[in-house]
Design a protein around this ligand. Structure first.
Ligand SMILES: Cc1ncc(COP(=O)(O)O)c(C=O)c1O
Length: 296
């Protein structure tokens, strides 16, 4: 599958209310979303035939669009229903789900008040974001040159395509040096997140994670905080400075794609793949599985 380009996969894509053949789900080159990044998206995973926290993701998609100044012309429930039907139509149990909404081609220019809002959902099989063997040993992160922007300079609470420009540059730079990903600081120089996942640390049995005031408060992040509390772990959300990295014993990333991924290195700093990271990795793997009705 890895060698097949994404525009040549098989099956159907849901586009503006209809299921169209994968090869026919096209946009014109003069599309506002492509030129001006007027596009928001989601990343979801299905496990055992059900999309984990589907409603939260769809609500976030609507909110991301609202922040960018447009309204998605389908309700949350309509998009949820389309996603469920598409998953069944694609015939997958475990898969990645990618809804996206963007401004269309009716006019070109910074202003696009009257452009139609398009929405599509694609679903494909995508087993592991990071190499599964490496994941158990802990992945290696570089320190990114770019920083997460001040919320006064970018709509940082929106899962907007434009915010991923610096993520791709940073991830490419890290990969070129043999790392799996990069840790980004924020505009103040505080530890923020990886290019597509939130970050957690462990010191003396306590979990520490940066306060999400200028980056995505991930749905996985919130799930993992709940799981940690259920186990009785203390979780502290606070400002974390890069100078502190040496004092942490464990580190892990969380995200829909990354799930819970232990980290062994960030630049010169070393971490062990410890009990708390492993427990949360396993708890998350159990949590995402569909819950059967209590009577069954
Ligand atoms: C930049 C960034 N931060 C954090 C996350 C984690 O968010 P979630 O757990 O909702 O997938 C993601 C993934 O969507 C992301 O792209």
């Amino acid at each position: 599958m890895a060698s097949v380009p994404f525009d040549q996969l098989e099956g159907y894509i849901w586009m503006n209310g209809e299921f169209v053949r994968w090869a026919d789900a096209k946009v014109h080159v003069l599309t506002h979303g492509l030129h001006y990044a007027s596009s928001v998206f989601e990343g979801e995973r299905a496990y055992g035939g059900e999309i984990f926290k589907l409603n939260e993701h769809t609500e976030r998609l609507h909110e991301s669009a609202r922040i960018l100044g447009f309204k998605i012309p389908f309700t949350v429930e309509e998009l949820n229903e389309a996603s469920r039907k598409l998953l069944a139509k694609q015939g997958f149990q475990d898969a990645y789900v990618r809804p996206i909404a963007w401004r269309g081609s009716e006019s070109m220019g910074v202003s696009a008040q009257a452009n139609k809002i398009n929405v599509a959902i694609a679903i494909w099989q995508w087993p592991s974001y990071f190499d599964p063997a490496q994941k158990l040993k802990g992945i290696r992160l570089d320190l990114a040159e770019y920083r997460r922007p001040d919320p006064k300079t970018a709509p940082s609470k929106s899962k907007a395509a434009g915010l991923y420009m610096i993520c791709t540059i940073s991830k490419h730079a890290a990969e070129a040096k043999g790392y799996a990903d990069a840790l980004m600081l924020d505009w103040r120089g505080q530890v923020a997140e990886a290019t597509g996942a939130n970050v957690f640390f462990v010191k003396d049995g306590v979990i520490h994670t940066p306060t999400p005031d200028c980056f995505l408060d991930g749905i996985t992040r919130r799930t993992v905080i709940d799981l940690a509390k259920r186990r009785g772990y203390e979780v502290v959300e606070r400002t974390i400075m890069p100078e502190e990295l040496d004092s942490f014993e464990q580190c892990f990333l969380t995200g829909t794609a990354a799930e819970v991924t232990p980290v062994s290195e960030i630049g010169p700093h070393r971490f062990t793949v410890g009990e708390i990271a492993i427990n949360l990795m396993n708890d998350y793997a159990a949590e995402v599985m569909p819950k059967k009705a209590a009577a069954e």
